[in-house]
Design a protein around this ligand. Structure first.
Ligand SMILES: Nc1ncnc2c1ncn2[C@@H]1O[C@H](COP(=O)(O)OP(=O)(O)OP(=O)(O)O)[C@@H](O)[C@H]1O
Ligand SMILES: [Mg+2]
Length: 285
């Protein structure tokens, strides 16, 4: 870790573990799922793709209701980092991690069931990716997969999720039409509704507005501000104004290191690391 890194979370010690194993040095309170612990705690995380180290000793924490923005130049590990949090990297055979990733104090690479984890940690991608089915079926999909069959209950879940995603008014008369017929911005809100339907605790968003026009972007940003009342959110963005508008915490990544993680206001007005200052003022990246 770079000596100038600014981290507002505690670093418990300086060990690493073998591939995806629980750390014996994690305090008992971290193993018990205790409510006082952070929603997410990432401790001493190293990630390798084969021989290439894409994340270097990352320490990060997120409290309930936080919106954290991940910023940094292309290729610095932002997507890699958020994919860790719902174990999307498991799908990449060359990927290996050491360190701890805790959710409510529990090691997500330990005994936690991956399907359960992914229902607790939703993900919205850069490009809207609605399934090739109706608006209704997209939102109901996850709950049906969990075994919910009751039509009325499914209809309630779909309506509530679409309302929370600020899409209901636009689609309530076309619920059974193909999702692909929606505009890009509507499709992205549909993907957010699909994620919300699973009642996640955390929503990860990887550049969710980069494919959208300014109006659709504005809608999603308003939505994020609304959603943070109920969910913790981590958003990757290249847009500095977006990070400052929607987040209360900002993480600046550079070449795999989390250089600075602090209150968004401080990162943008009083960065502690010269490299953060250079990046946010447009001097590189
Ligand atoms: N599946 C993979 N296999 C090998 N290397 C990878 C893989 N995915 C990402 N990398 C490498 O890891 C590094 C971090 O990539 P990542 O996609 O996390 O960056 P990023 O910060 O999200 O970039 P961008 O802003 O362009 O989306 C890059 O050097 C990339 O080439
Ligand atoms: Mg990325």
């Amino acid at each position: 870790m770079n000596g100038t890194s600014v981290l507002d979370n505690k670093k418990i010690n300086n060990k690493t573990t073998d591939n995806k194993t629980t750390d014996n040095n994690v305090p008992d309170s971290k193993i018990s799922g205790n409510k006082d612990v952070n929603k997410i705690d990432v401790q001493n995380l190293d990630l390798f793709y084969g021989d290439f180290q894409a994340l270097i000793d990352v320490n990060f924490s997120l409290s309930k209701g936080d919106v954290a923005a991940c910023i940094g130049p292309s290729g610095c590990g932002k997507s890699t980092f958020i994919r860790i949090l719902n174990r999307m990297n498991d799908l990449i055979p060359s990927c290996r991690i050491t360190g701890n990733v805790l959710m409510d104090g529990l090691d997500i690479y330990g005994s936690m069931d991956v399907t359960e984890l992914r229902s607790r940690v939703g993900m919205v991608f850069q490009k809207p990716n609605p399934f090739n089915m109706s608006v209704f079926d997209n939102v109901a999909y996850g709950k049906r997969m969990q075994g919910v069959r009751d039509k009325r209950r499914l209809a309630d879940i779909v309506e509530t999720s679409l309302k929370k995603a600020a899409l209901w008014e636009e689609v309530k008369d076309r619920l059974y039409k193909p999702a692909q017929a929606l505009s890009g911005g509507q499709q992205q809100r549909l993907c957010i509704a699909r994620s919300i339907a699973m009642e996640p605790e955390i929503i990860l968003m990887d550049e969710p507005t980069s494919a959208l026009d300014p109006i659709a972007t504005g809608r999603i940003e308003e939505l994020i501000v609304e959603l943070k009342k109920e969910y913790s959110i981590i958003i990757v963005t290249h847009a500095m104004h977006q990070a400052s508008r929607v987040s209360n915490k900002t993480a600046f990544f550079l070449l795999g290191e989390l250089i600075e993680y602090n209150d968004t206001r401080d990162v943008f007005t009083n960065p502690r690391d010269k490299r953060t200052e250079d990046y946010i003022s447009g001097r590189f990246g």
